[in-house]
Every structure is written in C-alpha cells, then in structure tokens.
Ligand binder design. Sequence first.
Ligand SMILES: Nc1ncnc2c1ncn2[C@@H]1O[C@H](COP(=O)(O)OP(=O)(O)OP(=O)(O)O)[C@@H](O)[C@H]1O
Ligand SMILES: [Mg+2]
Length: 272
Amino acid sequence: METERRAKLKIENLTLRFGGVLALFDVSLDVRENEILAVIGPNGAGKTALLNCINGFYKPQEGKIFYEGRKITRVRPDKLAKLGIARTFQNIELYTGLSTQDNIMAARHGLMRQSFLSGALYFGRARREEIEHRRTVEEIIDFLEMAPMRKKIVGVLPYGIQKRIELGRALALEPKVLLLDEPMAGMNLEEKEDIVRFILDMFEGQGATYPDTPVLRDGIRSIILVEHDMGVVMDIADRIVVLDFGRKIAEGTPAEIRTNPDVIKAYLGREK
Ligand SMILES: Nc1ncnc2c1ncn2[C@@H]1O[C@H](COP(=O)(O)OP(=O)(O)OP(=O)(O)O)[C@@H](O)[C@H]1O
Ligand SMILES: [Mg+2]
C-alpha cells in the first residue's frame, strides 16, 4: 500500500437523494496524486451529481469528502475553489455578453486580494495585482490557442470554442484538482483531439513554455474526467470508476474495465 500514490481527494460512502431518486448511493472512491481518473456510466448514472458533491454544489445526505486529508463535505463552492478545487460544467455557463478575456478574468476575481473598489489604492497594490492577473489570463488564452478570440464576445463564438473558454475559466482558478464534466461533448473529432491534448498538457505541466504561470508550469496533477467517449477515456485515463444508477459498479485500469462483465452489462442493457 505504501507504494500507492497518496489520495488527493477521498470520497467515503456518499449518498445523495432527490426525493425518491437516489442520485448516488454509498459511493466511495479516491483521486490520487498524479492521475487522471475517468468517471463513466450511462445517462443519469450520477456522474454530474458526484462532481456537484465534490465542489460543494450539492450536500450529500450521507458520506464524507476529504481533500488533502481535510474534511470538506459542507464547505461552500467558492471556498473550495480557493482551496484548489475547480470544475467545468456539462452545460456551458459563460457570460455570453463579455469577451473571452473578461470571462477568464472574471473567474479570477474570487482569488484577488485587493478590491477594485478600494478607491485611491487602485493605483497602488490593486493595480499591480490586476496587471499580474491579466498576465496569467493572457498565458491561459495562449495555452488554449485562443489568441485570435481574445477580445471577441463569447456569445457569437462557436460551441467548441465556448467549451474551451470554460476550460480556461477553470484553469484561471489555478486548481490542484480539476473536475471536468464532459469537456468534449458534442465536438467533432478534430476538436476532441485538441481538448485531449490540452488536458494532457495541463496535467503534465508546460514549464518550458510558461515558466512564470504556476498552474501551466507545474501542471494539475489530479484530474477527474467525466466523459462518454470511450476511445478518449481508454486512451488517457490512468484509472476508471464506473457508476450505474448511482452505484459504483466497477473500478480499475482501462484494461480491467474494458473486460468487466458488469460494465458491459450496464452499457448494453440489462437481462430481464
Ligand atoms: N437537481 C436535481 N434534482 C432532482 N434530481 C436530480 C438533480 N440532479 C440530478 N438529479 C437526478 O440524479 C440522477 C443522476 O443525475 P446526473 O446528472 O448526476 O447523471 P449523469 O451521470 O451526469 O448523466 P448524463 O450522462 O446524462 O450527464 C438522475 O436520475 C437525475 O435525474
Ligand atoms: Mg452529467
């Protein structure tokens, strides 16, 4: 066990109900240092619900969540973002009237120490801080290859680019754990390949290219990826957890999951 990578996130016996619907039932799993963990399962399996519990949107009725050994089960989403847990959304949640740049900048506001409303101070510390934040935002835009769309209003940009901006907003929080909810849903092959490359690059870190931006330099060493595209999942996940009707039915390496009879049954339909 000692050779096993340390758990970054530990989820114990999570149960989440909506009235009579059991969205999650007794789900336990670890997200380790240095891994991309895929969470898969049929529609309605509880994948998004799991991410919503981890980042504090939903309060599970039972169970506990630990981040770096600290219990975070009842901590609010903005506090969790400051602690280092960020996510993207299955449905795009951007400020459609703002530019790419401002959408990513807005994500950083919670991280800012100085308020822009602090009057005269603006020309001192707050101004320097804003310059620093803008520099990080520019690096993220560059990393995601969105320089030409920097000033464009996001509402008019193609869907694939909007999904990429979502990724940029999550990166702007400089997370230690990144939760991705179907980051390439609805994309064509080429767009998917781009997103896969971004995920791998942001996982590994790009120190040579971005030495002054810690999140890009050092990488995000724990990622949960919710994804329906099995080709992508099998390709980039270190481990896979399978949910079905709110329950964890399997966990293992891609090779183990591919041949697991319970997983095959969940995907191909049940015997009567
Ligand atoms: N806010 C909510 N209110 C009521 N029921 C909910 C709510 N959120 C999720 N559910 C229910 O919980 C179950 C799990 O939903 P969830 O969105 O987590 O599924 P999913 O695995 O993400 O599916 P998909 O692949 O379609 O995104 C579903 O039965 C869903 O209807
Ligand atoms: Mg979902």
